[in-house]
Ligand binder design. Sequence first.
Ligand SMILES: Cc1ncc(COP(=O)(O)O)c(C=O)c1O
Length: 390
Amino acid sequence: MHTPEPAPSPRPLHAAQPAAEQDIDRSDPAYRLWLSEAVAKVHADANRSADTHLLSIPLPREWGVDLYLKDESTHPTGSLKHRLARSLFLYALCNGWIRPNRPVIEASSGSTAVSEAYFARLIGVPFVAVMARGTVRAKVELIEFQGGTCHLVDDPSEVYQAAARLAEETGGHYMDQFTYAERATDWRGNNNIAESIFRQMAAERYPVPRWIVATAGTGGTSATLARYVRYAQATTGICVADPENSAFFPGWRDGDPTATTAKASRIEGIGRQRVEPSFVPGAIDRMMLVPDAASVASIRVLEGLLGRRAGASTGTGLWAAFRIVAEMRERGEQGSVVGLLCDPGERYVEKYYSDAWLAGQGIDIGPYAKQLEGFLRTGRLGEPVSGAAD
Ligand SMILES: Cc1ncc(COP(=O)(O)O)c(C=O)c1O
């Protein structure tokens, strides 16, 4: 009978032959020239831009609580996403992810895509936005105006896969704001939104805000604000206001990053059906679930206060800011609260400013409008309406 030879024992390490020397040089001077020019164009664009205003909301001075809104609607592409798009383009360019003539693809609820289409055109690459079919027409038109194209999908939760697939099919780059928003932004400073707020607050009577209220789409803005105040050792708390049907609130409340919701948010730009990877829960001090009707009632009130219209995500944050002001007033606490004006209301005339649309959605802003009217008179907002949102 044949006995198999024992397998040769591995050669001792000290006897191994040295690996043959290798050298792979992928330098591409033409690409590096293109890249330098692209980065220079993005920098030059930032250099031409002014900072956004910090608006003071007129409240009675004797309340001892001052409220401000950082007006992000005045960026060249009309929303706070202009900052994010600039950061995402610089991050992706410097990572070697964006290549000449290759498209940039993004999953978006619209605002980011408008801003990214602008930066794509600036550096001369094609841009495709993947969005839910229900996105307001005005945003589709703005994306097309900036030279981008729109790919609409029926199910809002499909935007991620559809964008990844398109990038693969075209050899393009899927920007993936929902993953990279938090890390693309330079949260320590570099004129980010937080640093700008602190600089603009410096001459106010309560220069260090007690609270800054943000909302979350990617979670990137709240992550930047939260990291900055921690890094700057400020006492400011960061509150994230979340709309109905968003996974951020239950995910944060329950410490469950896998939380999902069955329905899409009706507040464009914010409220996601999953807890996005870019949301940084550990840095958030407080979250408030805000009924959609309260968000819309708040932007209607804002128009009376500022003579300006805003999108409903501004209202979500504003409702939470009003509640904090009322709470501070009740406790006799003095200080300041800062919220964000995220994008202009003109994009949503057929939605949040249309009574017919509200009726069709079964949204009754009446009780919240009454609460707000009482708040502006007395400084008290009243009890939350129970069961309005879950
Ligand atoms: C109108 C609007 N408001 C607020 C946000 C929230 O910003 P972030 O993505 O930084 O969480 C978004 C994000 O898409 C938005 O479009």
